[in-house]
Ligand binder design. Structure first.
Ligand SMILES: [Zn+2]
Length: 339
């Protein structure tokens, strides 16, 4: 097999997913016709693999595609990303049973472990540190007072962690705004007035007061669909900072499955108009399982959209590659002319 693109001579790269065909970072295959292409990363053209080298890799590719956790499909073309970064383009009718982004769930379990390790380390350091200071300064009686002051300082620090910066054109006063974890308190996810969802944040921006000259007052901001999703994707990671164990994860994934799809789960959650996090003014806020499922659903939907955006481009590339493959294969299998 060649290692360079026959159209632009660029290196086709390598993959570790297909042992029988380690060439190409992106591979396209058509199991029905037994065709395989290495897709050039530079010019995006499809390089047909020699006919005698195809059977095994095409079979492997089909199996890997079916097992892939992240894939998107249109009528004729499917796209999957494998754990090693190899991308598989599958030509043929769509498979049933789309999208199972449970891979993301593993991250939540790891996050939980990390969280408890951090909390554990912080507690030990805190107890040793505060105990020393408290004992030296004021004796054991004040140890608990110092400890609780430390805790609330830590909580305040977490509340002020930045989660996202809104560009100037996204804010009512035309200034960039740094959104912090505390701005999610009382923020409500709801159905968007222009379709999709929107995020209403009651205290995100400080604007000059109409009543009092020179005074800044907290002004609510409403983020439309795409901006709302961007803020939520980052924000939910903070709200779900302690991650999840297997049981909670299974439950959260069950919530998405029973909604039908990630997107349906997101819009269903928006219709219940819950605050993302507890706040003095919020009457109802999201239970932990909902917050967890929302984070997973947002991530899954975002990945699906990214893959889906590529499908139409791939479909056009396949239509270019198909007639060339037809001719090449006919030439390769044609009986040789007698002398
Ligand atoms: Zn090329």
């Amino acid at each position: 097999m060649y290692r360079h693109c026959i159209y632009c001579s660029a290196d086709l790269g390598a993959n570790e997913a297909l042992e029988s065909f380690p060439v190409g970072r992106t591979l396209a295959f058509d199991a029905a016709k037994g065709r395989l292409w290495a897709v050039c990363g530079k010019c995006a053209r499809w390089n047909l693999a020699p006919i005698e080298e195809r059977w095994e890799p095409v079979e492997d590719a089909e199996r890997l595609f079916r097992d892939a956790r992240m894939r998107a499909q249109s009528e004729n073309i499917g796209l999957a990303r494998l754990p090693d970064g190899t991308r598989l383009i599958r030509v043929g009718a769509a498979l049933q049973g789309e999208l199972a982004a449970w891979r993301y769930g593993d991250q939540l379990i790891k996050r939980r472990r990390r969280h408890y390790m951090l909390v554990g380390a912080a507690t030990v350091a805190g107890i040793v540190g505060f105990a020393g200071v408290a004992y030296a300064a004021v004796g054991w009686g004040s140890y608990y007072a110092v400890h609780s002051v430390g805790r609330s300082l830590w909580k305040e620090y977490l509340r002020n962690r930045p989660i996202h910066t809104l560009a100037a054109h996204e804010t009512p006063d035309g200034q960039r705004v740094t959104l912090r974890r505390r701005h999610l308190e009382g923020a409500v996810l709801r159905p968007g007035s222009q379709g999709g969802v929107e995020l209403s944040m009651p205290r995100a921006v400080m604007m000059p007061s109409a009543k009092w000259k020179g005074v800044l007052v907290e002004t609510p901001i409403v983020l439309p669909d795409s901006a709302a999703r961007r803020v939520l994707e980052r924000g939910m990671v903070h709200l779900n900072a302690s991650g999840a164990d297997r049981d909670r994860l299974t439950h959260a994934i069950g919530l998405i499955a029973s909604a039908g799809s990630a997107e349906e789960y997101i819009s269903g959650t928006a219709s219940s108009r819950l605050a993302l996090a507890r706040d003095v003014n919020a009457r109802r806020w999201m239970p932990g399982e909902t917050a967890l499922a929302l984070e997973i659903a947002l991530h899954e939907e975002q990945e699906r959209r990214a893959l889906a955006g590529e499908l139409s481009i791939l479909e056009a590339a396949w239509r270019d590659a198909e007639p060339i493959a037809d001719i090449a294969d006919r030439l390769a299998t044609a009986p040789t002319q007698p002398e």
